[in-house]
Write a protein that binds this ligand. Structure first.
Ligand code: GUN
Length: 291
């Protein structure tokens, strides 16, 4: 079994990005600039956004954090998006999800200029991704593809089961794994209402677990030699930690790991790669690579 080190892989890619930014700036070009909009004080979102700002520093990007209280109105947030769309210094921006219930997330995403949508959530980017056109690809699926390539894991013709059908991970992940230039795999998507989920997993060469249920994937669901990618990041209480919690993946790591050829840990697997992909997208936005 080989442990997939997302932290080290992400660090190496961020160092490459930083080198490229140095060259751009040395040649009189502009430092890429990412803005992040954070609404409320959700612990998870605070951590993710903080890590995105740190990654910007590591890559030599400029970053701007815009904060709103949880009672911000939809109109106020739409006005913020409009301002960021028009701000010529900002190459790309994200609105951290989830948003409070009174705000229509899809309406906010649709308001983002797709040319600055470094999250790859706008329908134009989602659609272009689905038909294999250049675009911003959602950061977590892109990070997973990068990891599979970095570790030279064979995906072509393999049976891949994606657990979960979210717009952010499950759906784009299945799309990419199916496409010739990314996964070239035979893909099955399973979710909370799938009848034969266990059997599908048992037959899979690659399982990508993004179902949001801690320890959902157990050893009896995994065939010998399978590749396991764990996207789960549920916060579970842990009195032994200073923070009072730990991140728990969707995979029961201790019993599944011995059966695998490759497996990602939580934390230190997919998480750092998600942020690294956002940096890649921001660099591409700065270079006007897609639009
Ligand atoms: N919430 C969880 N993951 C993400 C992400 O990749 N982008 C944004 N904007 N919000 C998220």
């Amino acid at each position: 079994m080989e442990l997939i080190d997302g932290k080290a892989t992400a660090a190496a890619i961020k160092a490459e990005i930083a080198e490229e930014v140095k060259k751009i700036v040395a040649n009189g070009g502009k430092q890429p600039h990412l803005a992040a909009v954070l609404v409320g004080h959700d612990g998870g979102s605070e951590t993710y956004v903080k890590n995105k700002v740190i990654a910007c520093e590591q890559c030599g990007f400029k970053s701007t954090l815009i904060r709103y209280e949880a009672d911000v109105t939809e109109d106020e947030l739409l006005a913020c998006v409009d301002k960021l769309n028009k701000d010529e210094d900002i190459d790309g921006f994200i609105v951290q999800l989830p948003l409070p219930k009174h705000i229509d997330e899809q309406k906010i995403i649709m308001a983002i200029d797709y040319r600055k949508d470094v999250d790859g959530f706008h329908p134009i980017n989602v659609g272009r991704m689905a038909i294999g056109l250049p675009c911003f690809i959602s950061a977590t699926p892109l990070g997973i593809i990068t990891l599979l390539q970095h570790y030279h894991i064979e995906t072509s013709g393999k049976k891949c089961v994606v657990l979960g059908r979210s717009n952010i991970v499950g759906k784009p992940m299945a799309q990419l794994m199916m496409q010739k230039q990314f996964g070239d795999a035979t893909v099955t998507v399973c979710h909370s209402h799938s009848a034969n989920l266990k059997k599908e997993c048992q037959e899979a060469d690659i399982i990508i677990a993004a179902i949001g249920k801690p320890n959902f994937v157990t050893a009896d669901m995994v065939k010998d030699g399978a590749v396991i990618i764990d996207v789960g990041t549920t916060r579970v209480p842990d009195a032994t930690r200073k923070s009072g919690f730990r991140l728990n993946g969707d995979v029961k790591f201790d019993e599944v790991a011995p059966k695998c050829s490759f497996i990602t840990p939580v934390p230190g697997g997919v998480g750092p790669m998600t942020i690294c992909s956002l940096m890649k997208n921001t660099l591409a936005a700065g270079k006007k690579e897609f639009y």
